[in-house]
Design a protein around this ligand. Sequence first.
Ligand SMILES: [Zn+2]
Length: 247
Amino acid sequence: MAIPIIMLHHIVDLPGKGISNWSISTRQFNLLLDLIEQKNLITTTFDAISTGNAASHQKLVVISFDDCPATLFDYAVPELIKRKMKAVFSIPTAQIGGFNMWDVTEQGFAKVALMDAEQLQYLSSQGMEIASHGQHHLRASEINETEFTEEISASKQYLEALLNKQIYTFTYPYGEVPKRYRLLLKQCAYQYGLSIYQPRQNNLALRRIGIHQADTAKSIAYKLSQSYQLMRNLLDPLLSLYKLIKP
Ligand SMILES: [Zn+2]
């Protein structure tokens, strides 16, 4: 899939402790949306692609949000709706209406409320895609295949019952993709898997493009370009090689 997939978490101007590495300001978010419009890119979702409802347009882009902080409703969600843009929202289902427990306990981040069931239903009714981010936001490298399968299947069933829609997409927590991911995701009837860096991407392990606080209009424009995608084709295999040889 050659569609650029943007990865975002928090859109806030005053991020709490630890959150700043995973957030951009409302001004940067606007810059991103402005650039998408200027480049005539059409925002889409994986469920629209799966059901054949995506625009038959050559220049598509996916905006994805991980973890579903409720603060996205302060600015990002109204702005997307105002601009008639679509996005994919990935939620760890055990924390619907809860908080970012994994960030708080593991890394001492500030506590952030996550979206509740009603907010997810609202997004879904607006044509946004809700994706599974597992139940408990666990690292694939720290659980076995049975536990991973339970995480992806129980979260999928929960969201399908909540939204009365098929769930097509799984977002790997921390971008960690287990060894036999194709088999595991296919067994649970997922069609797309969202990662971060991938040496050889395919629909069940897609690369994503992170936008961070240090990004400017220029760097965001580059990240939306074909040349950035080509660069990642070269960079991602090198990164995985580096990880292998690192002591
Ligand atoms: Zn996450």
